[in-house]
Write a protein that binds this ligand. Structure first.
Ligand code: NAI
Length: 345
């Protein structure tokens, strides 16, 4: 099948080419580095399938243009599909496939990396030592053992985070309307969100973005947390209200902030913008705090996850070509696809 692949980098091409070759190269991949927008949708004309990533635009106008050009299938290289107008896709006869799970451990391990870095201030120590500054003032951390970690959303990733943090000797609190059975094995206590916020030294977000979870952490939620809390978001940018976070950082309510996602990341992440003037004032303000650590949506980015994403994407395309249905179709009632779909990644 001919496939136009949007938003690709060299690493996407490498893993997709390997996965395609492993199956005898059934698909002809046309790689584009541009993001999918209403304008760039024209570039897919004549190909039966397109492949898209998390910051591609997949609203009704784009899907209409794709359908007019002959697109019959959309293969998402992500678990999340909150950026897809599923009703429009359905009406236009475009089947949507996704990668429901690739490596929860990749995201969980990055999450714990943010926690350890922020706590022991490794990001600051790295810069200091390179400048010949070996002073310890300002680098004081705390033992994770005995601390309380609150995991919001205990699906695949949240469960993996809970397991790792339990290994450090943390007490684990979980808030999830439908926790996995495995979370109980991790020795976690299931509590309501208020209790979790009031009792946790570390709060880490792993629920999908839905209308209910948008700005889950806002000024009101921050009025409940322990002063100096560590807040980690590797879930989805809009789970937090960035303005409220900045206020929380200024007043010391938030003692540490680790982000891998940002509400307006579509204009920033995955690109080298180092020669440009940053236009996003909220993002710029976040970067001024010494106790804020931001990574650019890289939590998923491991060899294992990229291999799994590519293999599942090729499989989705092959199944669609054979049976007119991807192996992993987007089903609105799926566990991870509460209203609005799951988040990025
Ligand atoms: P999952 O579907 O296995 O788990 C999500 C859990 O959240 C479920 O147990 C669900 O019951 C729970 N949940 C739903 N609404 C909730 C609420 N209001 N409060 C608390 N919990 C709630 O999803 P998975 O694979 O663990 O991924 C979680 C999220 O991580 C994704 O939705 C995505 O946004 C993000 N993600 C980020 C990546 C990155 O690179 N930064 C990569 C992959 C995923």
């Amino acid at each position: 099948m001919d496939v136009t692949v949007f938003s690709t980098k060299a690493y996407d091409r490498r893993f997709l080419d390997e996965a395609n070759a492993a199956k005898g190269a059934p698909h002809r991949m046309r790689y584009l580095d541009v993001r999918l927008t209403e304008e760039s949708a024209l570039l897919a004309a004549g190909t039966s399938a397109i492949c898209a990533f998390v910051n591609d635009v997949l609203d009704r106008p784009v899907l209409t243009r794709l359908a007019a050009g002959g697109t019959k299938m959309l293969a998402l290289r992500s678990a999340g599909f909150n950026h897809v107008d599923l009703a429009a896709a359905n009406e236009l006869g475009i089947a949507v496939g996704r990668v429901p799970a690739y490596s929860p451990d990749a995201v969980a391990e990055h999450t714990v990396g943010l926690i350890l870095t922020l706590n022991r201030k490794i990001h600051r120590a790295y810069a200091r030592v390179r400048e010949g500054n070996f002073a310890l003032e300002g680098l004081l951390g705390f033992d994770l053992k005995g601390r309380t970690a609150g995991v919001v959303g205990a699906g695949k990733i949240g469960t993996a985070v809970a397991r790792i943090l339990a290994g450090f000797g943390c007490r684990i609190l979980v808030h999830d309307p439908a926790p996995t059975p495995e979370i109980c094995v991790a020795g976690a206590e299931i509590v309501d969100l208020q209790t979790l916020l009031a009792s946790s030294d570390i709060v880490t977000l792993h629920c999908p973005l839905t209308p209910e979870t948008r700005h889950l952490i806002d000024g009101n939620a921050l009025s409940l947390v322990k002063r100096g809390v560590m807040l980690i978001n590797t879930g989805r940018g809009a789970l937090v209200d960035t303005r409220a976070l900045i206020e929380g950082l200024k007043t010391g309510v938030i003692g540490y902030l680790g982000l891998d996602v940002y509400e307006e990341e579509g204009d920033l992440f995955f690109e080298n913008l180092s020669d440009e003037i940053l236009q996003d004032d909220l993002f710029a303000r976040l970067l001024t705090f010494p106790n804020v650590l931001i990574t650019g949506h890289q939590a998923f980015f491991t060899v294992e996850a990229m291999t799994a994403i590519a293999a599942t994407t090729i499989d989705n395309l092959t199944c669609f070509e054979k049976d007119q249905r991807p192996r992993h179709p987007v089903v609105a009632s799926a566990r991870s696809s509460a209203v609005g779909g799951s988040g990025n990644g």
